[in-house]
Design a protein around this ligand. Structure first.
Ligand SMILES: Nc1ncnc2c1ncn2[C@@H]1O[C@H](COP(=O)(O)OP(=O)(O)OP(=O)(O)O)[C@@H](O)[C@H]1O
Ligand SMILES: NC(=O)c1ccc[n+]([C@@H]2O[C@H](COP(=O)(O)O)[C@@H](O)[C@H]2O)c1
Ligand SMILES: [Zn+2]
Length: 274
């Protein structure tokens, strides 16, 4: 599309990744294809941000191991990375704050690149002696964008009472944007239709249809592991080996946080144990 500017995009996915599965990685590939196919975007980076232990989800094993597994899973990708900032916070952090953090990181990285380019360009201009011809370089037309990447179940969770603040949803979707991958059992279009806030910002939500319906879930993987069943080909081999080596998922680990209320519910209802 000639003349149309292409916006750089960083995709951020927040979740338990307990453990990371092939479907988490597929989400990024599907989202990138979809966005770039519009001709409007160039996806430059993907970030996986495992939630901190303070989230208190039942069966959530230590962030350290979830982080390590995500690193192993992405070692062959040249664009998907794992970031520990969220999991290193002493308490659970609302997703909107994670989005803000990575947005600022992205702008800082962009600024650094611009500074390097400016120095290089200034040097080139000095050499060529055309100091005054620079009009294209000093203004960044349409900065990079950071979008939250999720599955349709997360979008649906926006409607669960006391789980998300309306202002947070408005900021995430209205200001940054959302890419949502379909997942069997969830209907993102219906969800958008039924929510005033999602409807208002519907143009900022990209629903990506996954035609090869894939029901891989971390819950299924943990259950199979507890039963001594193979999980090979549902997760990267390196992750399967890591789980075996550290004996990560057991009946005992699944009981972690069993009687604790999920952090966002604690925060928004004041409850602390069930
Ligand atoms: N099969 C899938 N299809 C589409 N999205 C998925 C799929 N599996 C995970 N996701 C998305 O990946 C993100 C992180 O998910 P999460 O870590 O909760 O994985 P999960 O497989 O849903 O785990 P659990 O079963 O423990 O809830 C979420 O946005 C979730 O919607
Ligand atoms: N109010 C909020 O910001 C809020 C509420 C619930 C879940 N979340 C996030 O969504 C993700 C959900 O992960 P799970 O699907 O694994 O539970 C986590 O990253 C969690 O921090 C955010
Ligand atoms: Zn989930």
């Amino acid at each position: 599309m000639e003349g149309q500017s292409v916006t750089k995009v960083v995709l951020l996915s927040c979740g338990s990744f307990n453990p990371i599965t092939n479907m988490h990685l597929r989400m990024f590939e599907l989202a990138r294809d979809h966005l770039e196919d519009t001709g409007q975007y160039k996806v430059v980076k993907g970030i996986i941000s495992p939630v901190g232990d303070g989230y208190k989800k039942k069966g959530l094993i230590d962030a350290y191991h979830r982080q390590e597994m995500a690193k192993l899973a992405t070692e062959n990708s040249d664009w998907i990375t794992v970031d520990a900032w969220e999991s290193l916070q002493p308490v659970w952090v609302e997703t909107v704050k994670v989005v803000r953090h990575h947005y600022h990181e992205m702008l800082a990285a962009e600024q650094k690149n611009d500074d390097v380019d400016t120095v290089k360009y200034a040097k080139k201009r000095r050499i060529e002696g055309n100091y005054f011809e620079d009009s294209s370089h000093d203004k960044r037309r349409g900065g990079p964008q950071l979008m939250l990447l999720c599955g349709a179940d997360l979008l649906e969770s926006f409607g669960i009472p006391n789980l998300w603040k309306q202002d947070d949803i408005a900021e995430i979707v209205g200001r940054y944007g959302l890419v949502c991958i379909t997942r069997s059992g969830n209907d993102p279009h219906k969800c958008i239709h039924q929510s005033e806030i999602l409807w208002k910002y519907r143009k900022n939500i990209q629903v990506v249809q996954e035609w090869v319906t894939n029901e891989i879930s971390a819950t299924h993987v943990r259950r199979a592991l507890r039963r001594g069943r193979s999980v090979r080909y549902l997760l990267p081999d390196a992750v399967v080996h890591y789980i075996q080596e550290h004996d990560l998922y057991s009946a005992e680990s699944e009981q972690k946080n069993a009687d604790v209320v999920l952090a966002p519910l604690q925060k928004y209802t004041g409850a602390s144990s069930s």
